[in-house]
Ligand binder design. Structure first.
Ligand code: V07
Length: 252
């Protein structure tokens, strides 16, 4: 027994470090700086994206540990189509590669995979890989790993507006009954709460057409660290920073 005691103590201490009070339930991340990271190392941009992919899984593991309910990651924006074709083609293959490596672990960790964004205009091979992952994880009730894929905030709001007009035209809805709550049910994020915390890496302090409507009351946190250099410790610090802000302002 005397041999096992120190081991036991160490384990308890590690668990106590995770404070669950005021933990953000929904964290959104703009994973920026992959190209810059590669350039600094004299590597092609795609090497940065690939390294960034491994960081996604590290942060997913960490989010599971912290009992985060929803993690929304900005994987591909509607503006990203303007990048050189080889880079876009590479990015469109990343979900399949990611899922090939990590889907078993996602299933094991009770993670549910979903996406927001315009799914229909993605290449069939990309859609196929993601549909398979959604199907395989649909009954999981742990972390919701939500990839914003071919997503644009203005596009989301505009599509919601068009659908509302259509419903009004068809007599399913009266214009006066539309309020913020019912409007939000027309957005891509209809089934999920707004993010509590937004993290953007690599020093840029912009929203870049990410979740515009949904970020209205979100705490924003910007870090200079490039996404491929981001890690569990920095993610933990971000959560602590969020908790401290909540404590300072006495919010709930
Ligand atoms: C992408 C890695 C992370 C840094 C940002 C750019 C590159 C994971 C996915 C993904 C998406 C859907 C899915 C499973 C995995 C991904 C893109 C880019 C386009 F169901 N990482 N990652 N998709 N990068």
């Amino acid at each position: 027994m005397s041999i096992r005691l120190p081991f036991f103590r160490k384990k308890r201490k590690k668990l106590e470090r995770i404070k669950h009070e005021n933990t953000p339930e929904h964290i959104a991340i703009i994973m920026d700086g992959n190209g810059r990271w590669a350039k600094k190392k004299g590597l092609p941009r795609i090497a940065g994206h690939k390294e960034g992919m491994t960081v996604v899984q590290k942060i997913v593991r960490s989010a599971v540990k912290y009992d985060i309910k929803i993690l929304t990651l900005f994987a591909f924006s509607t503006e990203n189509w303007k990048r050189p074709k080889p880079e876009v083609d590479f990015l469109m293959r990343l979900p399949k590669e990611f899922l090939h490596i990590y889907l078993p672990e996602m299933i094991e960790n009770n993670v549910r995979i979903d996406t927001i964004g315009d799914f229909d205009s993605l290449p069939p091979h990309t859609r196929k890989a993601i549909i398979h992952a959604k199907e395989q994880t649909k009954d999981n009730d742990g972390l919701l790993l939500n990839f914003a894929f071919n997503y644009g905030g203005r596009y989301d709001i505009m599509c919601a507006m068009k659908e509302i007009v259509r419903d009004v035209d068809e007599g399913k809805l009266t214009i006066d009954s539309v309020d913020e709550e019912s409007f939000a049910t027309y957005l891509n994020t209809k089934n999920i709460e707004d993010p509590d915390l937004l993290i953007r890496t690599s020093g840029e302090q912009r929203l870049s057409n990410f979740l515009l409507w949904q970020l209205a009351y979100t705490e924003l946190l910007f870090t200079d660290v490039l996404w491929p250099d981001y890690n569990e410790e920095l993610f933990g610090n971000a959560i602590t920073e969020y908790q401290n802000r909540k404590r300072r302002y006495g919010g709930v």
